[in-house]
Design a protein around this ligand. Structure first.
Ligand code: HEC
Length: 88
């Protein structure tokens, strides 16, 4: 999966994640969590849209990087989004 695909995928989860963040304080991640099998098989329909990826990158920098770091590598506040288990 390319970097743009990752950014687009992050954009997809952005609204859900922000809603969760509003609902409760940050907590430790659950390393045993797995995407439901049906969802794990889904393909990103926007991989051929670099413009969408660029928009997602901008939103990521504004709304996510404070905790997950500019490169998604994580900080003490939030997990590494580039880790294979997170990508899976
Ligand atoms: C206030 C700090 C904070 C901000 C801002 C934040 N996150 Fe997070 N995020 C966390 C923490 C803490 C966790 C781990 C706890 C959890 O999974 O509920 C997490 C978990 C995640 C995960 C799951 C990672 C895993 O281990 O499976 C994803 C994906 C994610 N965030 C994406 C985003 C995106 C996209 C944004 C921006 C829209 C964002 N986060 C903004 C703190 C933050």
């Amino acid at each position: 999966m390319g970097r743009i695909s990752i950014v687009v995928a992050l954009l997809f989860c952005a609204l859900t994640c922000v809603a969760i963040m509003h609902a409760e304080q940050a907590r430790d991640r659950d390393p045993a969590w797995m995407a439901p099998s049906g969802d794990a098989q889904r393909l990103n329909p926007l991989t051929s849209r670099p413009d969408v990826g660029a928009g997602g990158a901008r939103i990521y920098r504004q709304r996510c990087s404070a905790c997950h770091a500019e490169d998604g590598g994580g900080t003490p506040k939030a997990p590494d989004l580039t880790a294979p288990d997170v990508q899976a």
